[in-house]
Write a protein that binds this ligand. Structure first.
Ligand SMILES: NC(=O)c1ccc[n+]([C@@H]2O[C@H](COP(=O)([O-])OP(=O)(O)OC[C@H]3O[C@@H](n4cnc5c(N)ncnc54)[C@H](OP(=O)(O)O)[C@@H]3O)[C@@H](O)[C@H]2O)c1
Length: 322
């Protein structure tokens, strides 16, 4: 249980930080147990926490050793600067950035998929995977358990909130006529940008390589993942189209049953969209089709700020303090 823990949220004013606060409130964590931390510019700002307000403190004012648990969700630079020292002082760190994800001594966890891996590591730091990776591996795991996945081709349709508050503001401004592109390199309103992250030498982007590398680490298997990550003018909710190849022959009805009974997934009974599932914590799986003897195609949709970030982070902490 985390309800009696002293909890720090670094990046509390951001899109993910605010979702973390909303979920902690829903879990009945008292406001006295929560410290909201952000940059100097937010020092003294008040954040709503149910019926109470919590004052934000700039990170430089914080003595981290007084906490039991610290959520880092303020970007990789801040995690790089602070998180290791915080963990070394005995605090459990759940890091939402990409900074620690591929470090050998740090578990990379989606509780429904590989929560049991937590016990294999001695680290005080646990990493939260990339948002598209989380929803894809959650949908894939019941199929992997049945047929053993070998290859995945994934195409993403990722919401602007995946780029934080600035991404959301940029889309709203452009819808109202603004021309400026600061968060995205191209106009995002009424458009589609087929590149997320920086381009690497191999022609894949950093976001695409995250999906590939993180899937291997989470499933503990050398799965070939070919991802194409695309930004679309949606506020919240990522969609991922997946074609997965398996070692064994598949049966689409059996596959659907496995998805339906897996914790964390819902097999859609009518067509779902990011807007329709915005307030849900589940990964919705839809359009499940058999493509060949050993291939299945499906779509999965989830709220990137909740299951893709804040909720998964809190579920990790709950698993640790169980
Ligand atoms: N958005 C998603 O769907 C998603 C999903 C998975 C993982 N993530 C990861 O989660 C992290 C946060 O994402 P977000 O979408 O919440 O971004 P965001 O809306 O831009 O929020 C960034 C947060 O970081 C804080 N921050 C920035 N610079 C800081 C500094 N120098 N010192 C202390 N705090 C600082 C900001 O505080 P101020 O308000 O004071 O600037 C704000 O609270 C990122 O690493 C992102 O990659 C995001």
């Amino acid at each position: 249980m985390i309800v009696d823990k002293k909890i720090a949220v670094v990046g509390a004013t951001g899109r993910v930080g605010r979702e973390i606060l909303s979920i902690l409130y829903g879990r009945h964590v008292p406001h006295e147990n929560i410290t909201c931390i952000a940059s100097q510019k937010s020092d003294g700002k008040l954040l709503q926490y149910g019926d109470s307000m919590i004052e934000v403190k700039k990170i430089q004012r914080i003595n981290f050793s007084e906490f039991d648990l610290c959520f880092f969700t303020a970007g990789s630079k801040i995690s790089a600067e602070y998180a290791q020292d915080v963990a070394d002082s005995g605090v459990i760190v759940v890091d939402n950035t990409s900074y620690f994800r591929m470090r050998d001594d740090v578990p990379l966890i989606v509780p429904e998929v590989n929560g049991s891996d937590l016990g294999k590591y001695k680290s005080n730091i646990v990493a939260n995977p990339n948002c598209s990776t989380i929803q894809m591996v959650t949908a894939l795991k019941p199929l992997h358990d049945l047929y053993e996945v070998t290859e995945v081709v994934a195409s993403t349709y990722q919401a602007v909130s995946g780029a934080g508050q600035n991404g959301v503001v940029e889309l709203i401004n452009q819808i109202h006529g603004a021309d400026e592109c600061r968060t995205f390199h191209h106009h995002i309103a009424f458009n589609v940008i087929p590149q997320i992250g920086d381009m690497e030498e191999n022609g894949f982007t950093t976001e695409e390589m995250k999906m590939s590398n993180e899937t291997k680490k989470i499933l503990q298997k050398d799965v070939k993942v070919v991802a194409t990550c695309v930004r679309v003018p949606v506020m919240v909710g990522h969609t991922v189209s997946v074609v997965a190849k398996f070692k064994r022959c598949v049966n689409v009805n059996e596959a659907k049953c496995a998805i339906q009974s897996f914790p964390g997934t819902i097999l859609a009974t009518s067509l779902v969209t990011p807007l329709a599932i915005e307030h849900s914590d589940y990964v919705y799986v839809d359009r499940v089709r058999q493509c060949s003897d050993n291939e299945i195609a499906f779509i999965c949709i989830a709220n990137n700020l909740r299951k893709g970030a804040a909720l998964n982070t809190i579920q990790i902490a709950e698993e640790i303090f169980k």
